[in-house]
Design a protein around this ligand. Structure first.
Ligand code: CUK
Ligand code: CUA
Length: 647
């Protein structure tokens, strides 16, 4: 009896303790909220974004790094920055353009002296209009270049310069099965990047759209199978590809249909005025599958080494049409089913929606309302229009979700508008309706929603890619970070800003958010791999095979790196020798990365497990130069060193 009642007493004691614990837990939370001045909606936001240590984000965002020339990889919903991928600009952490011969070859593929780029639009490779997680493509607006990033190791494999023009913007965008990567010119020049005086703008300058052929097996763009189409010298802007019902079509919008050219020191109006006079500009509609056939047929001329369909040919073959679109358009975005094409004019508070089925019909029945001054037929506006919805000031870009809702960024309003698509998504009164607006901070450009530009979008989140941060973060001097804001877009709830993420990097443009499960990256390289070719390296070295080989003035060093030594750890050369150090990491353990730096020689490379890299330099400074590992790789990391002695 005594024992039983004692147990009962202890048990009830535990229950009381438990109750007190939960009660105090709640009041602890209340206390924290009170102390930090958090509202109920702040607490909701915190619960929706907090990701405990060791837990992984279900989504990854690939965001443009703007004129820093890189790509940022960010986890969602935590908004943690996970990686940067250097593309057009050097990065010493990853040994990109800082002595590695492999990265130098890739960087030089895009024009010898160029060591920065203005990266705008990342595009994930797609299969049937859905991200397949294999490759990422990006453009460089400043120099009209495109680059290929392999998502097995998240590193850049190829950079190519467009031979026909020198500045792009409508890149990169992919066809639904990644047959082609699209790049369009923006600030146009004469074809082939040649000279013509500015007074010949209308006659000699031209726009171009390039279809870069992607070879998936090689992981590279194939220049000889790529082709371009000549366009009038309007300033071609953003692009989107048709999908499903509109597969095979390409849409490009354009500004400066006024064909203005500069000279503001000689009475010409300021360019920004001159290029936005017209009430309507031109959406370009291109039948790219037909263009592909034309390009393959004999007789297609090459210009500057690239197959080029002339403007005349494009008109004759009926593969290019225009549609009027409202004032200074920027974004063009195709709905998930491929039937709606949403365009936004920066100076018109509406989004204008065209319908592909109507468009096809208009082409078939030749419903045209004239031609532009280069002879391109203009389809009748009313014959292709589906709807115009007033969303707010400065609409730019639109993304979609699974439920048939569209999200449009409003630059002037600093807001995101949510509205409903028409049939088959929403019928009758529920269609084409503005539903909600949320303020963002500040000056949103693009927005990116979960797989929101694919044939099968997700739901739940959009990220507002804001150009200005103004008062959002502590003052860090006149150059402020950018501001990425995570916005919840779940179901019929009001949109809410959940999180501000400062981006201490160049301007955000476009980003894509992919389900993390679609990516299958390597954790270590297969032993002896070249990251440049993604094939076994011919200069890979195994343990015990390290050597120094001199031939005339060339010294080849075959070196291995493994915790915690570099072999060989002494290299003797003569001033003026050409030195090539072939470095093989023979590590197999996850995250056991070594670096390799040589003092005063401007060299650092990164050696992830299994990777092979070559550094090449002329030993032009005599003296003694330590080389050492730049990654804190083990307890004896500081001891992982050696000497280059230049006599
Ligand atoms: S762009 Cu910068 S906000 Cu280059 Cu796509 Cu629209
Ligand atoms: Cu290897 Cu530190």
């Amino acid at each position: 009896m005594m024992i039983l009642s004692r147990i009962r007493f202890i048990l009830s004691g535990y229950l009381v303790l438990l109750c007190i614990a939960t009660q105090s837990q709640a009041s602890v939370l209340e206390d924290i909220a009170k102390k930090r001045g958090l509202t109920a909606s702040d607490m909701r936001a915190a619960l929706m974004t907090y990701t405990p240590s060791g837990k992984h984000d279900p989504y990854l965002m690939f965001a443009s790094g703007g004129h820093a020339g890189s790509v940022l990889v960010i986890g969602l919903p935590s908004m943690r920055l996970i990686k940067t991928i250097p593309v057009f600009s050097p990065d010493s952490w990853q040994g990109w353009g800082t002595g590695s011969l492999d990265s130098k070859r890739i960087l030089d593929g895009g024009g010898k002296a160029l060591r920065w780029g203005d990266l705008h639009h990342p595009a994930l490779s797609e299969t049937n209009g859905v991200y397949d997680g294999q490759f990422l493509f990006v453009n460089d607006k400043a120099n009209a270049r495109v680059a290929v990033i392999d998502l097995r190791d998240f590193s850049t494999k190829q950079i190519l310069q467009n031979p026909l023009f020198v500045n792009d913007h409508g890149g990169t965008f992919v066809t639904p099965n990644t047959e082609y990567i699209i790049e369009t010119s923006q600030y146009n020049v004469p074809l082939g990047a040649r000279y013509a005086p500015m007074t010949d703008y209308k006659k000699k300058y031209r726009g171009v759209v390039t279809f870069w052929k992607f070879d998936r097996a090689q992981g590279k763009i194939n220049l000889s199978q790529s082709f371009s189409i000549e366009l009038p010298p309007y300033w071609q802007d953003i692009v989107d590809l048709g999908k499903k019902v509109s597969d095979g079509y390409l849409f490009i919008n354009s500004i400066n249909t006024e064909l203005a050219s500069p000279d503001n020191m000689n009475q010409k109006p300021q360019l920004e005025m001159a290029v936005s006079r017209n009430d309507m500009d031109f959406l370009h509609v291109i039948d790219w599958k037909k263009a592909e056939k034309v390009a393959k047929s004999a007789g297609t001329q090459k210009t500057a080494g690239m197959k080029l369909i002339t403007l005349k040919q494009a008109i004759q073959e009926k593969l290019l049409y225009f549609i009027h679109e409202p004032k200074s358009p920027h974004g063009v975005d195709v709905s998930p089913d491929g039937n709606y094409i949403v365009v936004s004019g920066k100076l018109d508070p509406h989004v204008t929606v065209f319908e592909f089925n109507k468009l096809k019909n208009a082409i078939a029945q030749n419903l045209v309302q004239g031609k532009d001054e280069y002879g391109v037929p203009i389809l009748k506006f009313d014959s292709v229009l589906a709807a115009q919805i007033e969303v707010g000031l400065g609409p730019l870009h639109t993304q979609f979700d699974k439920q048939g809702y569209a999200y449009t960024s409003l630059f002037l309003d600093s807001a995101i508008a949510k509205w409903s698509l028409g049939e088959p998504y929403h019928k009758g009164n529920a269609a084409w309706k503005l539903l909600d607006k949320v303020s963002v901070h500040y000056n949103i450009g693009h927005l990116s929603c979960v797989e929101g530009d694919t044939a099968e979008p997700g739901e739940g989140y959009c990220v507002s890619l804001n150009k200005w941060a103004i008062d959002r973060f502590p003052n860090v001097g006149p150059l402020l970070p950018q501001n990425f804001q995570l916005v919840s877009t779940t179901g019929s709830e009001k949109m809410q800003v959940l999180y501000d993420m400062p981006i201490p990097n160049a301007e955000p443009h476009y980003a894509q958010i992919v389900k993390a499960e679609r990516l299958k990256p390597w954790s270590v390289y297969p032993l002896g791999m070249s990251a440049e070719t993604m094939k076994p390296s011919p200069v890979a070295t195994l343990a015990g095979k390290e050597r120094i080989v001199r031939k005339g003035n060339t010294v080849d060093v075959y070196m291995t790196t493994i915790r915690s030594h570099l072999t060989p750890d002494l290299i003797n050369v003569k001033k003026g020798d050409l030195v090539r150090i072939h470095l093989s990491s023979i590590e197999r353990a996850l995250d056991a990365t070594h670096g390799f730096a040589i003092s005063r020689y401007n060299i650092n490379v990164s050696l992830e497990p299994g990777k092979v890299e070559t550094v090449e330099f002329k030993a032009d400074q005599s003296g003694v130069f330590p080389y050492y590992c730049t990654e804190f790789c083990s307890a004896l990391h500081l001891e992982m060193t050696g000497y280059l002695v230049v006599q």
